[in-house]
Design a protein around this ligand. Structure first.
Ligand code: ANZ
Length: 841
């Protein structure tokens, strides 16, 4: 329909999102508007948002998470970038399996039903995902390559099997990764059940080989500082020395107990040693008469958690093993104890105890009456009474420390480490809190680990040509504590790739974090069925330029992906060091009661209902307007109406007016100063272009929308002043629609089309702001008397209205017409003109 025939209030003129949103989405999809082409012109821009668990319905939080990056993706396309913005599903893992168990349906069925529903819901958000690249981690075409990656790591010695005391959830009947054990109460991350310990053969990835590079690489990343700090703390680098303490075994042979210490300067004060109860030398060294006590202590310690063992206020306990080691500096024989405050998994699992300078060693020495010898003191100071001396400042010196006596402690750290190295008894060392990544799970719904066990040849990798090791569908997956695959005879049966004899297949599956540690690579060539990724496409698209997602993945997922990238690089399979150059985290959308949205609280907002009532654009704009995107905020049920009204105003402003009330031709004559009047609008337009672009780039969507609202107001004012027919007006409306397109893609497309502009608005060039126009520091305001131009005022754009009216009335020329009488009226159109109406005679 053409504008001229439109009738006010007719159906087609009304702002009714339901009448066009779906139409445009279908067309975008049909025409592949957002499909990323490998060979397209423009600088590549790979924008990725974390793929979701296939948990069921999309909630408002999903909408919130994806709309932000979608805005940026849409702007980048209009700026001429070749954008890839893919989406997929994290469809393996416990959530799917547990839900399937609860509902009695197969995980595969449950998962694919959810994927279909979630994909359809994602489409209603209007997000510009490239669905041609969709992937799901539970698809054999995907997990085949997860298994392939496992094999590459295995061959490189980066995947290994080891017995480990692992955290075990008695409810889910599954081994947990260290990170899945939450809080000091050590509860399962999924079900909150307190976690036990069990000893099992497990598969690990050797992430600790990369501890140093994972740490130093953090510095160069454009990530939020709190996330970078969490990565650093998780890796937990500690500098010090390793020192060997010689021991003689009962059979007369010589051994050494290696310790890690951050205070090699205190070695002369090491009056006893403490080993972790699990230390392999404990049983060898224990004197026969101490064996019963030691064994009882060891088994008690194993039942405790790391947190309990490390807790500072707990009374220290331990037992002597009846053996002695030699302090390598004093040559004294010092007794060896075991105590649960020393952990096997940190440093070397043994310490030199320096009770004079360490709180825990001090408490232990007091309890068991072991010698305490002060070896570091403030210059000229004396030992404190009844407590250890733990400060470590620049002004301390060594005492009773042989040739090092009198040396500043800070210097002695290096000097003693060097001397120990010269003696072949250790040297400077660094240790990390980071542990190797436990990747095996005794569950069904994950990629089977591609290993078989042969009686003759032990663990053997499945040949790559036999991948994928398919998950059989016909299993009983009720949780029993062992993998359901263990009772599947067909799955278990395998042949040894070395000798061809029958072998038994590994039944553990991989942690879902393995899937998500490489999915960003798969999007580059998602359909390739001969390789995990096509090197050429990976070179073109990777690394990811901008990654977005929840801050809850600050440590694990992000660290695992970084590790895998580095490991694959070292295997010659990738040529970059970091997968995600820039990271932004969205905040959380809370319920109207300011609490986390949850079904049990009944404060969950269903995006489907909102979309049906208001349309997707309103929901998107509303969510982005709640507050800074990285902070989230509470849902306010009233706010959405205001946003909806704003889009209604955009609608009215963008369609040619037909109500005839204001923009009659006579108005233009009356005002007579069209050029000056559009100058203010032009300025408002260019200010908006600059500000909105900058805000989108900085993820400040709320302030971007505020600026779009200001521009809308400026346009509406212009229309009310009768300027809707001018060229400047049309340009301002076009600019508004272009700037609005990333936030509200449907209404922007609909209005663009109704204004006769070429399809699609999402393929237009991003408006470029003219700093000269935006930066005008003063404006000229025409001053009329009874509609005729009589004077001009030069003011700043932010001069208050009453001040402008005062200046206009104070003008000599205006006063000449008023002749001392008060005016009948003063009409002030902000930014455009002042018209003084004289009283009638
Ligand atoms: C002697 C010493 C003297 C120590 C002194 C401290 C102060 P961070 O900084 O956390 O790395 N330690 C080493 N391995 C341990 C283990 N497996 N379990 C429990 N404690 C262990 O801490 C390193 C310090 O923690 C090491 O330095 C060691 O005690 C202890 F005045 O060695 B220190």
């Amino acid at each position: 329909m053409t504008a001229g025939t439109a009738v006010r209030g007719s159906r087609a003129r009304r702002f009714e999102p339901a009448s066009y949103e779906r139409k445009w989405r279908d067309r975008w999809e049909r025409e592949g508007l957002y499909v990323a082409r490998d060979d397209a012109a423009g600088e590549k821009h790979y924008l990725l948002t974390m793929y979701p668990y296939t948990s069921g319905d999309l909630h408002v939080g999903h909408w919130y998470a994806v709309t932000g990056p979608d805005i940026v993706a849409r702007m980048r396309r209009m700026q001429g970038y070749n954008v890839m913005f893919p989406m997929g599903f994290d469809s393996f893992g416990l959530p799917a399996e547990n839900a399937a168990i609860d509902r009695g349906i197969h995980p595969a069925v449950w998962t694919s039903t959810n994927i279909d529903r979630m994909r359809a819901q994602f489409r209603t958000t209007g997000c510009s995902f490239d669905w041609s690249r969709e992937l799901a981690s539970s698809d054999p075409g995907y997990y085949r390559w997860t298994q392939w990656i496992f094999l590459q790591l295995y061959r490189a010695g980066l995947a290994y099997r080891a017995a480990a005391a692992v955290d075990w959830c008695p409810k889910d009947q599954v081994v947990l990764a260290r990170e899945q054990v939450l809080g000091t109460e050590r509860r399962c991350w999924r079900c909150g059940t307190p976690v036990d310990k069990r000893d099992l053969e497990q598969w690990f990835f050797r992430i600790t080989n990369y501890a140093d590079e994972l740490l130093s690489g953090v510095d160069g990343l454009d990530w939020p500082e709190p996330i970078k700090l969490m990565q650093r703390n998780w890796i937990g680098r500690s500098e010090g020395a390793e020192i060997d303490f010689p021991v003689t075994l009962p059979d007369g042979s010589n051994e050494r107990i290696r310790v890690f210490t951050t205070r090699p300067d205190t070695v002369y004060g090491a009056t006893f040693m403490v080993m972790a109860p699990e230390h392999p030398l404990v049983s060898v060294l224990t004197a026969p008469e101490r064996r019963t006590d030691v064994e009882a202590y060891v088994s008690a310690a194993r039942r405790q958690t790391e947190i309990e063992r490390l807790s500072a206020d707990r009374e220290k306990s331990g037992v002597s093993i009846g053996a002695y080691a030699t302090n390598p500096m004093t040559q004294e024989q010092i007794p060896i104890w075991i105590a649960d405050y020393v952990l096997m998994g940190y440093g070397t699992g043994a310490i030199m105890a320096v009770p004079a300078h360490d709180e825990r060693d001090y408490a232990f020495a007091r309890r068991y009456d072991l010698p305490i010898r002060y070896v570091v003191l403030p210059r000229g100071g004396s030992p404190p009474e009844g407590e250890p001396f733990v400060q470590h400042t620049a002004d301390e010196v060594l005492v009773e420390s042989g040739e090092f006596t009198g040396m500043p402690a800070s210097e002695a750290i290096g000097a003693i480490s060097r001397q120990l190295a010269d003696l072949g008894l250790g040297g400077p060392a660094v240790t990390y809190r980071l542990r190797d990544w436990l990747v095996s799970r005794q569950r069904y719904w994950g990629p089977p680990i591609p290993i078989v066990y042969c009686n003759e040849h032990g663990a053997q990798p499945v040949p790559e040509s036999e991948l994928p090791v398919q998950l059989p569908a016909d299993v009983n997956f009720a949780p029993t504590g062992v993998s359901p695959l263990q009772s599947h005879a067909g799955f278990l049966r395998a042949t040894c790739p070395v000798c061809g004899a029958s072998a038994r297949r590994e039944t553990d599956t991989m942690d879902t974090f393995v899937d998500s540690a490489w999915y960003y690579l798969r999007y580059a060539s998602p359909k390739n069925d001969t390789r995990a990724w096509e090197p050429e496409q990976v070179r073109e698209w990777l690394p990811v330029d901008l990654y977005t997602g929840g801050a809850e993945h600050a440590v694990l997922h992000l660290l695992y992906g970084r590790f895998l990238t580095k490991a694959l690089r070292d295997l010659g399979l990738l040529s970059f060091d970091e997968p995600w150059l820039r990271l932004r985290n969205q905040g959380q959308i809370l319920g109207a009661d300011h609490a986390r949205m949850s079904k049990s609280r009944g404060n969950v907002q269903n995006p489907d209902d909102l979309t049906a009532a208001y349309g997707a654009d309103t929901v998107r704009a509303f969510l982005m307007f709640i507050g800074p995107w990285d902070q989230g905020g509470p849902w306010s049920p009233t706010g959405i109406d205001g946003i909806h009204r704003w889009l209604g105003r955009v609608w009215d402003a963008a369609l040619p007016a037909t109500d005839g009330a204001r923009d009659t031709p006579g108005d233009e004559d009356l005002l007579g100063t069209g050029d000056e009047m559009t100058r203010a609008l032009r300025r408002a337009t260019h200010v908006a272009i600059a500000g909105v672009t900058d805000d989108y780039e900085g993820f400040r969507f709320n302030t971007a929308i505020a600026k779009l609202m200001e521009l809308t107001n400026a346009i509406v004012r212009e229309r009310e002043a009768g300027m809707a027919g001018s060229r400047g007006y049309a340009q301002a409306v076009d600019a508004l629609l272009l700037l609005l397109a990333p936030v509200a893609p449907h209404i922007a497309e609909e209005l663009w089309s109704r204004r006769g502009r070429p399809y699609s608005i999402h393929r237009q060039s991003w408006p470029i702001h003219d700093p000269g126009l935006a930066a005008a520091t003063t404006i000229e305001l025409p001053v009329q008397v009874d509609g005729k131009l009589r004077d001009r005022l030069v003011v700043t754009p932010d001069t208050p209205a009453d001040e402008i009216e005062r200046l206009a009335l104070g003008s000599e020329r205006v006063q000449a017409y008023l002749g001392g009488r008060p005016p009948a009226r003063v009409i002030h159109v902000p930014g455009r003109l002042v018209n003084v109406v004289t009283p009638r005679h």
